[in-house]
Design a protein around this ligand. Structure first.
Ligand code: BGC
Length: 764
């Protein structure tokens, strides 16, 4: 049925005339993404709502899975009968323009309500053009790249008929054991917030109504990354201030950038599972931040309230979730099955159901589905817009900027190819699926350039490239060692590709060790002993503890999982076509026993000091990390002047500019990520020893120098005081600028005057 007729009929049924060109709300959102009241939309939504039976309302709140939607326990897939009966509000994992069109046609022609369904999927780091995994992309410290890759992901996903992505994952984590660390931006709330906002802008584009926009979902609300022991889904124990200062800021940034959806997390906080956490969902999101988007449960998250032990009765947990502010039930099917009974028995006001349905209908309206339920998707459009040369080229740039050069002794890198024999060793070097990384949506292994292929592309006929797997990634199998050693002997240089395969850092893929898995450490040592110049390329989705490599292998590249252009980008860096510029978004420990280890820690009363016995440290390993947050080398060097303040004294309500001059003191053009850190030297509550408060990328030719200026606003200097208000306190602040969290030049800022209260409402 033509879309305009459909909309016109709905409008007619609603006794209203909807203007087909109604402006999308996403484009108009003010500060917190709160749409300006659109009376016409609200009237339309109310009139649709008034026509729905209780079961149809609950159907709107129900998300079924399609064939590609199994990301947890087996749950029921919806079929045509469910759509016709009005039991489906949205789908997870129905892929491709043909499949989505077919189901949408059923919804808008065969169901009594004629309400279009929403198609959701996990479009995390690309749809078919797969970009670097989020942890890698965060290493670029480049929000512009993060926004552009999300835009391409949205274009490809929307062309395939998807409306709603379950991304960005904005969980801050200090837990490298946790498999899902790969999906987020790492350990820092400031970097995490900048990236979160960029991703939301990229996915949602100029307007949700645009046919190539996806609604973004900030997930998982909240504290998921604090899982005890790094075990996915586990309990968290997060103090109130830490929750508001570390874990909530990226959500607030996503909301401010206009994110229209948020997903609840599987974990509990302080005894209350997030799917029933009214204090945080209603209290923080809806009341404090005035956010009015849709809150979707995680996969079976509502059903899991039974296992959490909140009740033995599924109707009761459905009621708890709805009442807490969860709008959409992803695959538990409890809202649909059990909640009508609760309403009819008077245990849940229908007004609670209505509010959730209104939010879902409003979303459908904002996305333009009442005007065109297909949003222009077609197989022809899908083909034309998918995996284009431009998106591949963006994938290569993003991959290049995500690579972190961890070590480069005696200028081992870059390598020369001409006339050389290069031995590439390691199973991961030819593992195309791992190059893509987890959550690869419609990505295909055959689209990915492996490290081996990338090196071959770069060397061409100028040199010789030999390959041996050496050892599998996880198994205890040394049978390939002899061949690999033989290969290394024949070569002028060895590139060892080691780490984890992509499914080792993923949902439910937690590790108790951060060492190289399987026999790879032995392989590294055997190959190193051959005595050839050796370079290690890491592929992994979490920090690895590689102290032996860090003190023996002269050059180490962190390549994470970089997507379709993985191998080309690695080769660009290995051979120096590209000068590496990524920085670590997360601390690398020396051993798993140091966890939690993160840069923005507190000072304690006995700060770590190797020379003093009674200080906070270990007797068997240094207290310092292997590689700190913000670390990343270049083939050139950069020097920093001391930071200069626009004024050394300011009022607590005033902003101050911090300037530094960065010079390329080496002999190659390079890009540097200039980082600004702050410490509140004394506060009414203790403050971290440093916190990232600004960063920018600069590109400098050899000898070139560039002034860089950051603005420090009161917002950036604020924290939650003894009364849990957001304040800036007078006193001194250490202001630090440099190229890593541990190589900083400092100065002091003094703030004077009264305590400046930015938000007097105490956090709760
Ligand atoms: C994950 C979510 C994801 C959902 C749907 C769950 O297992 O926790 O992040 O969006 O599945 O695929």
């Amino acid at each position: 049925m033509p879309s305009t007729r459909h909309a016109a009929r709905l409008a007619q049924q609603a006794g209203l005339c909807i203007a087909m060109g109604a402006t999308a709300l996403g484009a108009q959102s003010s500060g917190y993404g709160l749409p300006q009241t659109d009376a016409r939309m609200n009237r339309f939504v109310d009139s649709v709502l008034a026509r729905l039976t209780l079961e149809e309302k609950l159907g709107q709140l129900t998300q079924y899975r399609g064939p590609w939607g199994l990301t947890g326990p087996q749950t029921r897939e919806a079929g045509a009968a469910d759509i016709k009966a009005g039991r489906v509000g949205s789908f997870l994992g129905v892929r491709g323009a043909a499949a989505t069109r077919e189901l949408q046609t059923l919804a808008v022609t065969q169901s009594r309500t004629r309400i279009p369904v929403l198609f959701a999927d996990d479009i995390v780091h690309g749809w078919r053009t797969i970009f670097p995994v989020p942890l890698a992309e965060a290493a670029s410290f480049n929000p512009e790249i993060a926004e552009r890759t999300a835009r391409v992901a949205a274009v490809e996903g929307a062309a395939a008929g998807i409306h709603w992505t379950f991304a960005p994952m904005v969980d801050i984590t200090r837990e490298p054991r946790w498999g899902r660390i790969v999906e987020g931006a790492g350990e820092d709330p400031y970097l995490g917030s900048i990236i979160a906002a960029a991703k939301v802008r990229g996915f949602q584009g100029r307007s949700l109504r645009d046919s190539l926009s996806l609604m973004a979902t900030a997930k998982h609300f909240v504290g998921y990354g604090a899982a005890e022991g790094g075990r996915d889904y586990n309990t968290t124990d997060i103090p109130l201030r830490t929750l508001h200062e570390m874990y909530l800021p990226p959500f607030e940034a996503a909301v401010k950038a206009g994110a229209r959806s948020i997903m609840a997390a599987f974990n509990e906080i302080d005894g209350v599972p997030m799917h029933a956490n009214k204090r945080l969902i209603d209290g923080v999101l809806r009341d404090r931040w005035r956010w009015d988007g849709i809150l979707v449960s995680d996969y079976t998250g509502i059903m899991e309230l039974l296992q959490h032990g909140l009740s033995a009765d599924s109707a009761a947990v459905g009621r708890l979730a709805l009442d807490a502010g969860v709008d959409v039930d992803m695959v538990s099917n409890i809202f649909y099955k059990d909640v009508a009974r609760e309403v009819r028995a008077g245990r849940l006001p229908v007004a609670v159901v209505d509010s959730a349905v209104r939010r879902v209908l409003r979303t459908k309206y904002e996305l333009g589905l009442f005007t065109d339920p297909y949003k222009g998707s077609s197989t022809a459009r899908e083909q034309a817009l998918t995996l284009t040369a431009e998106s591949r080229s963006l994938a290569r740039t993003a991959a290049q900027q995500s690579i972190v050069l961890l070590r480069n002794e005696r200028n081992t890198l870059p390598l020369t190819a001409a006339g050389k024999t290069i031995a590439v060793i390691g199973a991961l070097a030819s593992d195309a699926r791992s190059s893509l990384g987890g959550w690869a949506a419609a990505g295909r292994a055959e689209d990915a350039v492996t490290v081996l292929a990338g090196i071959r592309n770069a060397v061409g006929s100028r040199g010789r490239v030999l390959y041996a797997a050496g050892a599998p990634v996880e198994e205890q199998d040394t049978s390939g060692f002899a061949d690999a050693v033989q290969l290394a002997r024949e070569a002028d240089v060895v590139v060892l590709v080691v780490g984890e395969h992509q499914d080792m850092s993923a949902e439910a893929r937690n590790r108790s060790s951060l060492d190289l898995p399987g026999v790879q450490q032995q392989l590294v040592e055997r190959i190193y002993a051959v005595g050839k110049p050796t370079v290690a390329v890491l592929m992994n989705g979490r920090p690895l503890s590689i102290p032996w490599m860090a003190s023996n292998v002269p050059a180490i590249i962190e390549s994470w999982y970089l997507g379709v252009e993985h191998g080309n980008a690695v080769a660009d860096v290995l051979f120096g076509t590209v000068n590496p510029s990524g920085k670590l978004p997360v601390t690398f420990p020396r051993t798993v026993g140091q966890i939690p280890i993160y840069y923005n820690h507190k000072n304690t009363g006995r700060p770590s000091d190797a020379k003093e016995r009674y200080t906070s440290q270990y007797i068997d390993v240094p207290f310092t990390p292997l590689y700190p947050f913000g670390h990343g080398l270049s083939y050139t060097t950069f020097s920093y002047s001391a930071p200069i303040l626009s004024r050394a004294k300011a009022g607590t309500h005033e902003s101050v500019d911090v300037s530094v001059t960065v010079t390329n003191s080496g002999s190659r053009t390079g890009e540097e990520v200039v980082q600004l850190y702050v410490r509140d030297d004394a506060g009414s509550v203790t403050r971290p020893v440093k916190e990232l408060k600004g960063f920018t990328r600069v590109s400098l030719a050899p000898g070139e120098r560039r002034p860089v200026t950051f603005r420090l606003t009161p917002e950036l200097l604020a924290f939650y005081d003894l009364q849990y208000r957001k304040v800036v306190e007078p006193g001194t602040f250490s202001i630090m600028v440099g190229g890593s969290s541990e190589q900083l030049q400092r100065t002091t800022l003094e703030l004077t005057g009264r305590v400046h209260v930015l938000d007097a409402r105490p956090i709760r």
